[in-house]
Ligand binder design. Structure first.
Ligand SMILES: Nc1ncnc2c1ncn2[C@@H]1O[C@H](COP(=O)(O)OP(=O)(O)OP(=O)(O)O)[C@@H](O)[C@H]1O
Ligand SMILES: [Mg+2]
Length: 408
Protein backbone atom coordinates (compact mmCIF):
# COMPACT_ATOMS: atom_id res chain seq x y z
CA UNK A 1 0.00 0.00 0.00
CA UNK A 2 1.60 3.27 -1.08
CA UNK A 3 0.57 6.37 0.79
CA UNK A 4 0.65 9.82 -0.73
CA UNK A 5 0.95 12.94 1.41
CA UNK A 6 -2.20 14.87 2.18
CA UNK A 7 -3.11 17.73 -0.13
CA UNK A 8 -2.05 21.04 1.44
CA UNK A 9 -5.69 22.19 1.74
CA UNK A 10 -6.51 19.62 4.42
CA UNK A 11 -5.03 20.48 7.80
CA UNK A 12 -3.81 17.58 9.92
CA UNK A 13 -5.98 16.93 12.96
CA UNK A 14 -4.44 16.59 16.39
CA UNK A 15 -5.46 17.07 20.00
CA UNK A 16 -7.23 15.35 22.88
CA UNK A 17 -10.70 15.91 21.44
CA UNK A 18 -10.05 13.70 18.42
CA UNK A 19 -12.84 11.28 17.60
CA UNK A 20 -11.93 7.61 17.84
CA UNK A 21 -11.67 7.23 14.06
CA UNK A 22 -11.15 10.11 11.70
CA UNK A 23 -10.98 9.52 7.97
CA UNK A 24 -10.02 12.56 5.91
CA UNK A 25 -10.19 12.80 2.11
CA UNK A 26 -9.31 9.12 1.74
CA UNK A 27 -8.62 7.91 -1.78
CA UNK A 28 -7.76 4.36 -2.80
CA UNK A 29 -6.95 3.01 -6.27
CA UNK A 30 -5.95 -0.55 -7.11
CA UNK A 31 -3.06 -1.07 -9.48
CA UNK A 32 -0.26 1.23 -10.51
CA UNK A 33 -2.04 2.71 -13.50
CA UNK A 34 -2.44 6.41 -12.60
CA UNK A 35 -5.57 6.62 -14.74
CA UNK A 36 -7.32 3.77 -12.86
CA UNK A 37 -10.49 4.92 -11.14
CA UNK A 38 -10.52 5.57 -7.41
CA UNK A 39 -12.31 2.70 -5.64
CA UNK A 40 -12.63 5.13 -2.71
CA UNK A 41 -12.75 8.70 -3.91
CA UNK A 42 -12.32 11.45 -1.35
CA UNK A 43 -14.11 10.04 1.67
CA UNK A 44 -14.19 11.90 4.99
CA UNK A 45 -16.06 10.94 8.15
CA UNK A 46 -15.56 10.54 11.87
CA UNK A 47 -16.63 7.91 14.35
CA UNK A 48 -16.88 8.59 18.07
CA UNK A 49 -16.05 6.06 20.79
CA UNK A 50 -19.01 3.74 21.33
CA UNK A 51 -20.83 5.01 18.23
CA UNK A 52 -22.34 2.72 15.60
CA UNK A 53 -22.00 3.89 12.01
CA UNK A 54 -23.57 1.97 9.14
CA UNK A 55 -21.93 2.14 5.72
CA UNK A 56 -24.26 1.20 2.88
CA UNK A 57 -24.13 1.18 -0.89
CA UNK A 58 -24.36 -1.14 -3.86
CA UNK A 59 -21.86 -3.86 -4.68
CA UNK A 60 -18.53 -2.46 -5.88
CA UNK A 61 -19.08 1.06 -4.49
CA UNK A 62 -15.99 0.75 -2.29
CA UNK A 63 -17.32 -0.20 1.17
CA UNK A 64 -14.89 -3.06 1.84
CA UNK A 65 -12.01 -1.06 0.41
CA UNK A 66 -12.82 1.73 2.85
CA UNK A 67 -13.08 -0.70 5.80
CA UNK A 68 -9.79 -2.34 4.89
CA UNK A 69 -8.02 0.97 4.35
CA UNK A 70 -9.05 2.04 7.87
CA UNK A 71 -7.29 -1.06 9.21
CA UNK A 72 -4.37 -0.76 6.78
CA UNK A 73 -5.23 -4.12 5.33
CA UNK A 74 -4.91 -3.18 1.66
CA UNK A 75 -2.40 -4.91 -0.59
CA UNK A 76 0.94 -3.32 -1.45
CA UNK A 77 -0.40 -2.57 -4.92
CA UNK A 78 -3.11 -0.25 -3.67
CA UNK A 79 -2.46 3.47 -3.99
CA UNK A 80 -3.69 5.40 -0.99
CA UNK A 81 -3.98 9.11 -0.35
CA UNK A 82 -5.52 11.03 2.53
CA UNK A 83 -5.45 10.32 6.22
CA UNK A 84 -6.84 7.84 8.72
CA UNK A 85 -6.35 8.69 12.39
CA UNK A 86 -7.28 6.31 15.18
CA UNK A 87 -7.34 7.71 18.71
CA UNK A 88 -5.23 10.59 17.44
CA UNK A 89 -2.58 8.38 15.80
CA UNK A 90 -1.81 8.39 12.09
CA UNK A 91 -2.63 4.83 10.99
CA UNK A 92 -0.61 5.09 7.77
CA UNK A 93 2.62 5.81 9.63
CA UNK A 94 2.40 3.03 12.26
CA UNK A 95 5.53 0.89 12.55
CA UNK A 96 5.15 -2.86 11.76
CA UNK A 97 5.04 -3.77 15.48
CA UNK A 98 2.54 -0.99 16.28
CA UNK A 99 0.48 -2.15 13.33
CA UNK A 100 0.30 -5.73 14.63
CA UNK A 101 -0.94 -4.43 17.96
CA UNK A 102 -3.32 -1.99 16.29
CA UNK A 103 -5.00 -4.79 14.34
CA UNK A 104 -6.92 -6.78 16.87
CA UNK A 105 -6.29 -4.73 19.98
CA UNK A 106 -7.49 -1.39 18.57
CA UNK A 107 -9.65 -2.37 15.61
CA UNK A 108 -10.98 -5.85 14.90
CA UNK A 109 -12.55 -7.02 11.66
CA UNK A 110 -15.52 -9.35 11.26
CA UNK A 111 -15.81 -10.65 7.70
CA UNK A 112 -18.84 -11.65 5.67
CA UNK A 113 -17.54 -15.18 5.46
CA UNK A 114 -16.08 -16.40 8.76
CA UNK A 115 -14.43 -19.38 7.05
CA UNK A 116 -11.85 -16.98 5.60
CA UNK A 117 -10.85 -16.19 9.18
CA UNK A 118 -11.20 -19.66 10.72
CA UNK A 119 -8.62 -22.37 10.09
CA UNK A 120 -10.45 -25.62 9.21
CA UNK A 121 -7.73 -27.63 10.96
CA UNK A 122 -7.99 -25.80 14.29
CA UNK A 123 -10.62 -26.23 16.99
CA UNK A 124 -12.62 -23.23 18.11
CA UNK A 125 -10.78 -23.34 21.45
CA UNK A 126 -7.38 -23.24 19.75
CA UNK A 127 -8.48 -20.27 17.67
CA UNK A 128 -9.25 -18.39 20.87
CA UNK A 129 -6.05 -19.44 22.64
CA UNK A 130 -3.87 -18.57 19.65
CA UNK A 131 -5.43 -15.11 19.32
CA UNK A 132 -5.00 -14.38 23.03
CA UNK A 133 -1.47 -15.75 23.26
CA UNK A 134 -0.28 -13.78 20.23
CA UNK A 135 -1.30 -10.52 21.87
CA UNK A 136 -1.11 -11.35 25.58
CA UNK A 137 1.81 -13.81 25.94
CA UNK A 138 1.89 -13.49 29.73
CA UNK A 139 -1.53 -15.13 30.12
CA UNK A 140 -1.38 -18.73 31.34
CA UNK A 141 -3.31 -21.34 29.37
CA UNK A 142 -5.91 -21.57 32.16
CA UNK A 143 -6.36 -17.79 32.28
CA UNK A 144 -6.64 -17.62 28.48
CA UNK A 145 -9.17 -20.44 28.42
CA UNK A 146 -11.29 -18.84 31.15
CA UNK A 147 -11.29 -15.54 29.27
CA UNK A 148 -12.14 -17.23 25.97
CA UNK A 149 -14.98 -19.27 27.50
CA UNK A 150 -16.49 -16.09 28.95
CA UNK A 151 -16.48 -14.42 25.53
CA UNK A 152 -17.85 -17.53 23.84
CA UNK A 153 -20.65 -17.59 26.41
CA UNK A 154 -21.38 -13.93 25.57
CA UNK A 155 -21.96 -14.96 21.96
CA UNK A 156 -23.96 -17.98 23.18
CA UNK A 157 -21.47 -20.70 22.18
CA UNK A 158 -21.61 -23.30 24.97
CA UNK A 159 -18.37 -24.50 26.59
CA UNK A 160 -18.82 -28.07 25.33
CA UNK A 161 -18.24 -26.79 21.77
CA UNK A 162 -14.65 -25.78 22.71
CA UNK A 163 -12.97 -28.77 21.04
CA UNK A 164 -15.00 -28.76 17.85
CA UNK A 165 -13.80 -27.67 14.42
CA UNK A 166 -15.32 -24.87 12.30
CA UNK A 167 -16.98 -27.30 9.87
CA UNK A 168 -18.96 -28.73 12.80
CA UNK A 169 -20.63 -25.34 13.32
CA UNK A 170 -23.49 -23.83 11.35
CA UNK A 171 -22.90 -20.59 9.43
CA UNK A 172 -24.58 -18.53 12.15
CA UNK A 173 -22.50 -20.16 14.88
CA UNK A 174 -19.30 -19.62 12.90
CA UNK A 175 -20.12 -15.95 12.62
CA UNK A 176 -20.72 -15.81 16.38
CA UNK A 177 -17.29 -17.41 16.88
CA UNK A 178 -15.77 -14.78 14.56
CA UNK A 179 -17.41 -12.07 16.67
CA UNK A 180 -16.04 -13.70 19.83
CA UNK A 181 -12.55 -13.70 18.29
CA UNK A 182 -12.95 -10.01 17.45
CA UNK A 183 -14.02 -9.23 21.03
CA UNK A 184 -11.30 -11.29 22.72
CA UNK A 185 -8.68 -8.56 22.63
CA UNK A 186 -11.12 -5.88 23.78
CA UNK A 187 -10.71 -3.58 20.78
CA UNK A 188 -12.15 -0.06 20.69
CA UNK A 189 -13.66 -0.43 17.21
CA UNK A 190 -15.15 -3.35 15.31
CA UNK A 191 -15.37 -3.17 11.53
CA UNK A 192 -18.02 -5.70 10.47
CA UNK A 193 -18.07 -6.19 6.70
CA UNK A 194 -21.42 -7.69 5.68
CA UNK A 195 -21.36 -9.97 8.75
CA UNK A 196 -24.76 -11.50 8.13
CA UNK A 197 -25.17 -11.47 4.35
CA UNK A 198 -24.85 -15.25 3.99
CA UNK A 199 -27.28 -15.99 6.83
CA UNK A 200 -31.04 -16.28 6.84
CA UNK A 201 -33.07 -13.30 8.05
CA UNK A 202 -33.91 -14.71 11.49
CA UNK A 203 -30.32 -15.57 12.36
CA UNK A 204 -29.00 -12.37 10.73
CA UNK A 205 -31.27 -10.27 12.97
CA UNK A 206 -30.25 -12.30 16.03
CA UNK A 207 -26.55 -11.81 15.30
CA UNK A 208 -26.84 -8.09 14.58
CA UNK A 209 -28.87 -7.66 17.75
CA UNK A 210 -26.19 -9.49 19.69
CA UNK A 211 -23.30 -7.64 18.03
CA UNK A 212 -24.82 -4.23 18.66
CA UNK A 213 -25.70 -5.10 22.27
CA UNK A 214 -22.16 -6.32 22.94
CA UNK A 215 -20.79 -3.10 21.43
CA UNK A 216 -23.15 -1.03 23.59
CA UNK A 217 -22.29 -2.93 26.79
CA UNK A 218 -18.55 -2.66 26.17
CA UNK A 219 -18.63 0.86 24.76
CA UNK A 220 -17.16 -0.30 21.44
CA UNK A 221 -17.55 1.68 18.24
CA UNK A 222 -18.93 -0.26 15.27
CA UNK A 223 -18.53 0.35 11.55
CA UNK A 224 -21.20 -1.90 10.06
CA UNK A 225 -20.81 -2.38 6.32
CA UNK A 226 -23.86 -3.63 4.44
CA UNK A 227 -25.79 -3.25 1.21
CA UNK A 228 -29.02 -3.22 3.22
CA UNK A 229 -30.09 0.29 4.19
CA UNK A 230 -33.10 -0.78 6.25
CA UNK A 231 -31.02 -3.21 8.28
CA UNK A 232 -28.22 -0.75 8.95
CA UNK A 233 -30.76 1.92 9.87
CA UNK A 234 -32.20 -0.36 12.51
CA UNK A 235 -28.93 -1.14 14.28
CA UNK A 236 -26.82 2.00 13.84
CA UNK A 237 -26.84 5.52 15.28
CA UNK A 238 -25.66 7.09 12.02
CA UNK A 239 -25.62 5.93 8.41
CA UNK A 240 -23.25 6.83 5.56
CA UNK A 241 -24.41 6.11 2.02
CA UNK A 242 -21.67 5.35 -0.51
CA UNK A 243 -21.94 5.54 -4.27
CA UNK A 244 -19.11 5.05 -6.76
CA UNK A 245 -16.39 5.52 -4.19
CA UNK A 246 -17.90 8.57 -2.51
CA UNK A 247 -20.06 9.19 0.54
CA UNK A 248 -23.07 10.90 -0.95
CA UNK A 249 -25.02 11.29 2.29
CA UNK A 250 -24.30 10.83 5.98
CA UNK A 251 -26.53 11.52 8.96
CA UNK A 252 -28.54 10.17 11.89
CA UNK A 253 -30.18 6.86 11.04
CA UNK A 254 -33.73 8.04 11.81
CA UNK A 255 -33.31 11.27 9.88
CA UNK A 256 -31.70 9.61 6.87
CA UNK A 257 -34.38 6.95 6.63
CA UNK A 258 -37.28 9.35 7.08
CA UNK A 259 -35.92 12.25 5.03
CA UNK A 260 -33.32 10.98 2.56
CA UNK A 261 -31.70 13.93 0.79
CA UNK A 262 -29.73 12.30 -2.01
CA UNK A 263 -31.46 10.66 -4.99
CA UNK A 264 -29.32 7.55 -4.56
CA UNK A 265 -30.36 7.17 -0.90
CA UNK A 266 -33.98 7.52 -1.98
CA UNK A 267 -33.55 4.78 -4.58
CA UNK A 268 -31.85 2.50 -2.01
CA UNK A 269 -34.70 3.12 0.37
CA UNK A 270 -37.29 2.42 -2.31
CA UNK A 271 -35.66 -0.91 -3.13
CA UNK A 272 -35.41 -1.80 0.58
CA UNK A 273 -39.14 -1.17 0.97
CA UNK A 274 -40.00 -3.09 -2.16
CA UNK A 275 -41.84 -6.25 -1.31
CA UNK A 276 -40.76 -8.98 -3.63
CA UNK A 277 -43.59 -10.70 -5.36
CA UNK A 278 -42.19 -14.09 -6.15
CA UNK A 279 -44.91 -14.87 -8.64
CA UNK A 280 -44.59 -11.64 -10.62
CA UNK A 281 -43.29 -12.40 -14.09
CA UNK A 282 -42.50 -15.95 -13.04
CA UNK A 283 -43.01 -19.01 -15.16
CA UNK A 284 -46.28 -20.85 -14.76
CA UNK A 285 -45.97 -23.30 -11.92
CA UNK A 286 -46.16 -27.01 -12.53
CA UNK A 287 -48.46 -28.81 -10.16
CA UNK A 288 -46.86 -31.74 -8.32
CA UNK A 289 -49.75 -33.93 -9.52
CA UNK A 290 -48.86 -33.13 -13.19
CA UNK A 291 -45.26 -34.05 -12.52
CA UNK A 292 -46.27 -37.28 -10.89
CA UNK A 293 -48.55 -38.30 -13.76
CA UNK A 294 -45.93 -37.43 -16.41
CA UNK A 295 -42.92 -38.77 -14.58
CA UNK A 296 -43.82 -41.78 -12.50
CA UNK A 297 -40.19 -42.50 -11.63
CA UNK A 298 -38.80 -39.92 -9.21
CA UNK A 299 -35.35 -38.56 -9.96
CA UNK A 300 -34.45 -38.38 -6.29
CA UNK A 301 -36.13 -40.07 -3.38
CA UNK A 302 -34.99 -39.63 0.20
CA UNK A 303 -36.26 -42.06 2.75
CA UNK A 304 -35.79 -41.39 6.46
CA UNK A 305 -32.34 -39.86 5.86
CA UNK A 306 -30.41 -39.28 9.07
CA UNK A 307 -27.10 -37.62 9.72
CA UNK A 308 -26.04 -37.75 13.34
CA UNK A 309 -22.82 -36.39 14.78
CA UNK A 310 -21.23 -36.89 18.12
CA UNK A 311 -20.07 -33.76 19.89
CA UNK A 312 -17.78 -35.79 22.15
CA UNK A 313 -14.08 -35.44 21.32
CA UNK A 314 -13.15 -38.72 22.99
CA UNK A 315 -13.74 -41.75 20.79
CA UNK A 316 -14.70 -43.98 23.70
CA UNK A 317 -17.19 -41.41 25.01
CA UNK A 318 -18.49 -41.08 21.44
CA UNK A 319 -19.25 -44.79 21.30
CA UNK A 320 -20.87 -44.81 24.71
CA UNK A 321 -22.88 -41.69 23.94
CA UNK A 322 -23.98 -43.05 20.59
CA UNK A 323 -25.27 -46.13 22.35
CA UNK A 324 -26.96 -43.92 24.89
CA UNK A 325 -28.65 -42.15 21.96
CA UNK A 326 -27.47 -38.58 22.57
CA UNK A 327 -25.81 -37.57 19.28
CA UNK A 328 -26.35 -34.22 17.62
CA UNK A 329 -29.09 -34.93 15.08
CA UNK A 330 -28.17 -32.60 12.21
CA UNK A 331 -30.63 -34.35 9.87
CA UNK A 332 -33.22 -36.47 11.58
CA UNK A 333 -35.36 -38.63 9.34
CA UNK A 334 -35.94 -36.57 6.19
CA UNK A 335 -38.02 -38.03 3.39
CA UNK A 336 -39.05 -36.34 0.15
CA UNK A 337 -39.27 -36.98 -3.56
CA UNK A 338 -38.01 -34.85 -6.40
CA UNK A 339 -39.07 -35.29 -10.02
CA UNK A 340 -37.16 -34.50 -13.17
CA UNK A 341 -37.39 -30.78 -14.05
CA UNK A 342 -38.83 -29.87 -10.65
CA UNK A 343 -37.44 -26.95 -8.66
CA UNK A 344 -37.59 -27.74 -4.97
CA UNK A 345 -36.97 -25.07 -2.32
CA UNK A 346 -35.55 -26.10 1.05
CA UNK A 347 -35.73 -23.40 3.72
CA UNK A 348 -35.03 -23.18 7.43
CA UNK A 349 -33.06 -21.14 9.91
CA UNK A 350 -29.32 -21.32 10.32
CA UNK A 351 -28.16 -24.58 11.89
CA UNK A 352 -31.35 -26.50 11.09
CA UNK A 353 -29.48 -28.96 8.85
CA UNK A 354 -29.94 -27.71 5.24
CA UNK A 355 -26.26 -27.95 4.25
CA UNK A 356 -25.78 -31.27 6.05
CA UNK A 357 -28.79 -32.64 4.19
CA UNK A 358 -27.34 -31.51 0.82
CA UNK A 359 -23.99 -33.10 1.67
CA UNK A 360 -25.71 -36.30 2.75
CA UNK A 361 -27.63 -36.43 -0.55
CA UNK A 362 -24.38 -36.13 -2.52
CA UNK A 363 -22.72 -38.62 -0.16
CA UNK A 364 -20.05 -36.06 0.74
CA UNK A 365 -20.79 -37.27 4.26
CA UNK A 366 -21.88 -40.83 4.96
CA UNK A 367 -25.48 -40.74 6.22
CA UNK A 368 -26.06 -42.45 9.56
CA UNK A 369 -29.24 -44.10 8.27
CA UNK A 370 -31.83 -43.93 5.51
CA UNK A 371 -31.56 -44.07 1.76
CA UNK A 372 -30.92 -41.65 -1.11
CA UNK A 373 -32.27 -43.10 -4.33
CA UNK A 374 -31.07 -41.32 -7.46
CA UNK A 375 -32.64 -42.64 -10.68
CA UNK A 376 -33.73 -45.70 -8.78
CA UNK A 377 -30.28 -46.49 -7.40
CA UNK A 378 -29.54 -46.17 -3.67
CA UNK A 379 -26.40 -44.00 -3.45
CA UNK A 380 -25.76 -45.03 0.16
CA UNK A 381 -25.10 -48.61 -0.99
CA UNK A 382 -22.75 -47.83 -3.89
CA UNK A 383 -19.06 -48.74 -3.93
CA UNK A 384 -16.75 -45.68 -4.14
CA UNK A 385 -15.99 -46.13 -7.87
CA UNK A 386 -19.68 -46.47 -8.81
CA UNK A 387 -20.46 -43.45 -6.61
CA UNK A 388 -17.85 -41.35 -8.41
CA UNK A 389 -19.57 -42.20 -11.73
CA UNK A 390 -22.98 -41.24 -10.37
CA UNK A 391 -21.72 -38.02 -8.82
CA UNK A 392 -21.04 -36.58 -12.25
CA UNK A 393 -24.79 -36.28 -12.62
CA UNK A 394 -25.28 -34.56 -9.27
CA UNK A 395 -23.64 -31.19 -8.84
CA UNK A 396 -23.58 -28.85 -5.91
CA UNK A 397 -23.26 -25.06 -5.95
CA UNK A 398 -21.75 -23.96 -2.66
CA UNK A 399 -22.63 -20.93 -0.57
CA UNK A 400 -18.97 -19.97 -0.42
CA UNK A 401 -17.49 -20.48 -3.91
CA UNK A 402 -13.89 -20.50 -2.63
CA UNK A 403 -14.60 -23.55 -0.48
CA UNK A 404 -16.08 -25.67 -3.26
CA UNK A 405 -12.79 -27.36 -4.07
CA UNK A 406 -12.14 -28.18 -0.42
CA UNK A 407 -15.48 -29.73 0.26
CA UNK A 408 -16.13 -31.76 -2.89
N1 LIG B 1 -7.87 -6.44 -4.41
C1 LIG B 1 -8.41 -5.73 -5.40
N2 LIG B 1 -7.74 -5.54 -6.55
C2 LIG B 1 -8.26 -4.79 -7.55
N3 LIG B 1 -9.44 -4.18 -7.49
C3 LIG B 1 -10.17 -4.34 -6.37
C4 LIG B 1 -9.70 -5.11 -5.27
N4 LIG B 1 -10.64 -5.08 -4.29
C5 LIG B 1 -11.65 -4.33 -4.76
N5 LIG B 1 -11.39 -3.88 -6.01
C6 LIG B 1 -12.24 -2.99 -6.82
O1 LIG B 1 -12.56 -1.85 -6.05
C7 LIG B 1 -13.92 -1.46 -6.27
C8 LIG B 1 -14.62 -1.42 -4.92
O2 LIG B 1 -14.69 -2.74 -4.41
P1 LIG B 1 -15.15 -3.10 -2.94
O3 LIG B 1 -14.83 -4.53 -2.69
O4 LIG B 1 -14.59 -2.11 -2.01
O5 LIG B 1 -16.72 -2.87 -3.06
P2 LIG B 1 -17.90 -3.20 -2.03
O6 LIG B 1 -18.72 -1.97 -1.92
O7 LIG B 1 -17.34 -3.76 -0.79
O8 LIG B 1 -18.73 -4.29 -2.81
P3 LIG B 1 -19.56 -5.57 -2.25
O9 LIG B 1 -20.84 -5.03 -1.70
O10 LIG B 1 -19.79 -6.40 -3.48
O11 LIG B 1 -18.73 -6.27 -1.23
C9 LIG B 1 -14.50 -2.46 -7.25
O12 LIG B 1 -14.44 -1.89 -8.53
C10 LIG B 1 -13.57 -3.65 -7.16
O13 LIG B 1 -13.50 -4.35 -8.37
MG1 LIG C 1 -17.49 -5.71 0.16
Amino acid sequence: MRCHPLPATIPPVTGMTDPLLMVTDLRVAYGSDPTSAWAVDGVSFTLAAGERLGLVGESGCGKSTLGRAAMRLLSERAQVAGEVRFAGRDVFSLSPSDLRQFRGEAIALVFQDPMTRLDPLMTIGDHCLETLRAHQPTLSRAQAKAKALAILAAVRIPAERWSQYPHEFSGGMRQRVAIALALLLEPKLIVADEPTTSLDVTVAAEILQMLTELCRDRHLALLLISHDLALVGEYCDRVAVMYQGQIVEIGGAQQLLSQPQHAYTRSLLASALHIHNTDAGGKPRVAASDLESNAPTPLLRLDNLQQHYSIEKNLLTQLVRRQAGTPLKAVDGVSFTLYSGEIFGLVGESGCGKSTLSRAILQLVKPTAGSVEFEGCDLTQLAPSALRQKRRQLQMIFKIPSLASIRS
